[in-house]
Design a protein around this ligand. Structure first.
Ligand SMILES: [Zn+2]
Length: 245
């Protein structure tokens, strides 16, 4: 471990080692479905918490028997469940989140992740990562945008709101989405190192939660990935140049 590196380099290193920001092209809703590593979707609206745990704990070979036992229907991921107008809106608002991500890296030298909160077609708040600038590990784009939106509406709940973020929310931000009673979250690329929605966990789909946030992914994924990759490429180049001097 390089103990000479300044502490604010840590988040860069963590994300930089992520092998892939790809979404696999999947785009699906979380409400009433369960998503597993196989990238299939189980329609199981009445699945109990114990049944859910049984699925998660079972070896793959035993799952077909469990599917049958619990009456679960296995289907391929659905990309067409989002209407054309919703897809247009998703792209439009994701481009605003991408603008925030660009600001993060170009102006603030932050990891390029941006988020916007939208309610009834109106942007309530937009933000980008500020962890390095604020020296605050919680200053993620989603959290900042949610806080700003809540202040703007003078309400601790963002009922009916959609959050657009360029990268899959982490566990912390996924928890905040649920606390805020956000209706839906849309992201560009998965985060294999910190993603708490599908990559490393499924916070949004936990059956014990009293509020479930729907989600879609893969919107403007190429742009979101390109921003991250070019940011880290430039950081690596700068570090290499530094070590040569
Ligand atoms: Zn986060």
């Amino acid at each position: 471990m390089d103990t000479t590196a300044p502490p604010n380099r840590a988040p860069l290193a963590q994300l930089d080692r992520a092998p892939d920001y790809g979404s696999g092209g999947y785009r699906f809703e979380s409400c009433g479905v369960y998503q597993f590593k196989e990238a299939h979707v189980f329609s199981a609206p009445a699945l109990s918490a114990s049944a859910h745990l049984a699925f998660l704990g079972a070896p793959e070979s035993a799952r077909p028997a469990l599917w049958h036992l619990f009456g679960v229907t296995l289907t391929e991921p659905q990309n067409s469940s989002t209407s054309a107008s919703t897809k247009d809106d998703d792209e439009r608002f994701m481009r605003l989140a991408l603008e925030q991500a660009r600001l993060a890296s170009d102006v603030s030298d932050e990891v390029p992740i941006g988020a916007v909160v939208v309610l009834d077609g109106e942007v309530l708040a937009s933000a980008h990562n500020e962890t390095r600038m604020r020296k605050d590990p919680t200053a993620h784009a989603e959290l900042l945008a949610i806080s700003m939106a809540a202040r703007s509406t003078q309400s601790m709940r963002l009922v009916g709101a959609t959050v657009y973020t360029t990268v899959e929310p982490c566990f912390m931000c996924a928890g905040a989405l649920s606390h805020a009673r956000v209706a839906r979250v849309v992201w560009g690329v998965r985060d294999p190192k910190f993603g708490g929605c599908v990559s490393l966990g499924d916070v949004l789909s936990q059956p014990g939660l009293n509020h479930h946030v729907e989600f879609s992914e893969g919107v403007c994924a190429d742009e979101a990935r390109d921003l991250l990759q070019s940011f880290f490429r430039s950081k690596r180049a700068a570090k290499a140049a530094e070590s040569r001097d």
